[in-house]
Design a protein around this ligand. Structure first.
Ligand SMILES: Cc1cc2nc3c(=O)[nH]c(=O)nc-3n(C[C@H](O)[C@H](O)[C@H](O)COP(=O)(O)OP(=O)(O)OC[C@H]3O[C@@H](n4cnc5c(N)ncnc54)[C@H](O)[C@@H]3O)c2cc1C
Length: 394
């Protein structure tokens, strides 16, 4: 594979760099609630108006129809511009990075033309209603029911760990529409309007003190059958498409930001006092070795991602190989933030920025989620073993 950028890609990089210099917001992102939603949507609108939303989405739905490599270049430039917020924490994440791509891959014309331009223009926030109290890793055990009544589904049940449900307009919702079929065969993937009567959203506060998780309860919620994506009782296939985007390409921006964090830690280690209380942290052999390893590992992650992008360009939907990226990325993310605490020392305990210093506690606590969300590392290992390496099922 040729990893050098073409002239066109280099020009694209320059264009992105110039635009970001002129448009990147400098004010901090509000951490919660309606203010956070307004901030994220305003940034999405700015991106759209500048031509930087849906870089690889089809032009007929408002995208630019460019390559995933160009999308990745944009993320790299975004991270380089040192923004005051991260892309993967945005409430526009689900719509842009797996809800929208699932509609592109599996939706009908009406579903695509209704939602895709609105996602890109920052007019719709999406959330994901997959997990339930009794169905996480074993997602196909889900019990939220969708009973057909005329041309509607009547939904009853509960979802949990639904990120950003409290500020979302729509949800990618999995419901059991045929309880008599084998468990993978009786599920449907539906677009649920979060303002429909019968939906109750309850917020969950986490140890990082931010509320972006919710429980969602459904009591006779009526959803048009026209909102089923990819066919009635065919939701498992549609959900696998969603998860392959979530595991394969959705975390590209985060990976790029992680690489920028490692570079930042290396420069912090040059100026901060190390564990012996005298020399800079970088002079400590163990810390220097871990920083060098982290730099090599983010480079390896970038190469894996580019290989994945090149594979997707041939197949359109990311394959199970995305689980290798997600697995490596999740564990690396945790190693990097543990390393950050060791380099920054007790200053890392600050909860608010001081004199241009970053805040490390929140991202450190958040790093624990990286080996759970979108499927735990154990599940990714199972997928890599069975579907990439062809090992026998456990
Ligand atoms: C930051 C974050 C955001 C999330 N956002 C959403 C969201 O927006 N929407 C949504 O629907 N869900 C969301 N989730 C939920 C997430 O998808 C689930 O937490 C995850 O799939 C694990 O399910 P569980 O919590 O029920 O754990 P369980 O499935 O109960 O797993 C418990 C433990 O058992 C292990 N285990 C289970 N089965 C196996 C197996 N077959 N082989 C080996 N080990 C196994 C797991 O690895 C884990 O360690 C989010 C989670 C996080 C952390």
């Amino acid at each position: 594979m040729d990893l050098d950028l073409t002239d066109e890609e280099q020009a694209f990089r320059e264009e992105a760099r110039t635009w970001l210099r002129e448009h990147l917001p400098t004010e901090p992102r509000p951490p919660e609630g309606r203010e956070m939603r307004e901030f994220d949507l305003a940034w999405q609108r700015t991106l759209y108006e500048g031509g930087w939303a849906g870089i690889s989405w089809p032009t007929e739905y408002g995208g630019r129809g460019l390559s995933d490599i160009q999308q990745m270049i944009w993320y790299e430039e975004f991270a380089r511009a040192d923004p005051p917020f991260t892309l993967n924490n945005s409430c526009t994440f689900v719509g842009n990075l797996h809800g929208g791509p699932t509609l592109i891959a599996c939706g009908d014309e009406q579903q695509k033309s209704t939602h895709l331009p609105r996602i890109l223009r920052g007019e719709e926030v999406w959330c994901q209603g997959f997990s339930e109290p009794g169905a996480g890793s074993d997602l196909a055990s889900l019990t939220t029911r969708g009973e057909i009544d005329g041309d509607e589904l009547v939904v009853n049940g509960q979802k949990t760990w639904t990120s950003y449900a409290h500020v979302a307009d729509f949800q990618e919702l999995l419901v059991r529409t045929d309880p008599t079929a084998p468990k993978h065969k009786g599920i449907s993937w539906v677009i649920c309007d979060m303002r429909t009567p019968g939906i109750e959203v309850r917020e969950i506060r986490t140890m990082s003190h931010v509320t972006d998780f919710c429980e969602v309860f459904y009591d006779d919620v009526r959803i048009p059958l026209a909102n089923v994506v990819g066919g009635l009782n065919n939701g498992w296939r549609t959900a696998m498409s969603t998860l392959s985007f979530e595991r394969g390409t959705a975390f590209m921006a985060d990976q790029v930001e992680l690489a920028a964090t490692v570079e930042r830690l290396i420069s912090e280690a040059r100026t901060r006092t190390g564990p012996d209380g005298r020399r800079p942290a970088i002079a400590d052999e163990e810390l220097a070795r871990r920083l060098a390893t982290a730099r090599a590992e983010v480079a390896a992650l970038r190469a894996m991602t580019i290989a994945g992008i090149s594979r997707n360009a041939r197949t359109d939907v990311p394959g199970p190989e995305g689980s290798m990226i997600r697995l490596f990325h999740g564990e690396l993310h945790q190693r990097v933030y543990q390393l950050a605490l060791d380099v920054i020392g007790h200053d890392a305990l600050r909860l608010t920025p001081v004199d241009g210093d970053g805040v490390w506690t929140g991202p450190y606590l958040q790093s624990f989620a990286y080996t759970i969300g979108g499927g735990t590392t154990d599940i990714q290992r199972n997928i890599v073993g069975e579907r990439v390496l062809g090992l026998p099922r456990a």
